[in-house]
Design a protein around this ligand. Structure first.
Ligand SMILES: [Zn+2]
Length: 137
């Protein structure tokens, strides 16, 4: 698999061989690679996050909306999607596999805003998806 990484500050693109040759900076129990411009991969990453409360059958559920710069994509993609939004419900009774990708930071910021607005204004569907199996004895 061919992966390419992109600096979130200067925009320089690295193939895997170039990326592993970058200098390392200590990070927690390991290290992170540092771009020539000083950007630290995995740490200086652009991201937006926020939490929206939604109603689920009378209960309040919190959903984290997280939009971020991916830093790494497949080198085979004709149009690399460098940004992504994911939703993370905090309550276990809400499942969500939502994912939306973007090519540019402008699209990502607008997409993030749009998703937060849709959640706040109840522009979503809730589909019951769990069943309890009870066998009478
Ligand atoms: Zn850079």
């Amino acid at each position: 698999m061919c992966l390419i990484r992109k600096c979130g500050r200067c925009g320089k693109v690295y193939n895997t061989e170039e990326y592993v040759a970058l200098p390392k900076a200590p990070y927690e129990y390991g290290y992170a690679r540092v771009c020539d411009c000083g950007y630290v991969f995995g740490i200086d990453t652009f991201h937006l996050d926020g939490t929206v409360e939604i109603k689920v059958e009378g209960r309040t559920a919190r959903v984290n909306v997280y939009t971020f710069f991916r830093e790494v994509v497949s080198g085979f993609d004709a149009k690399p999607m460098w940004y992504q939004t994911l939703l993370f419900p905090e309550e276990e009774y809400v499942e969500c596999s939502f994912s939306r990708e973007y090519e540019t930071v402008e699209e990502a910021v607008e997409g993030h805003r749009e998703i937060v607005e849709k959640l706040r204004t109840r522009q979503y569907k809730l589909i019951p998806c769990r069943w309890s199996l009870i066998v009478s004895t």
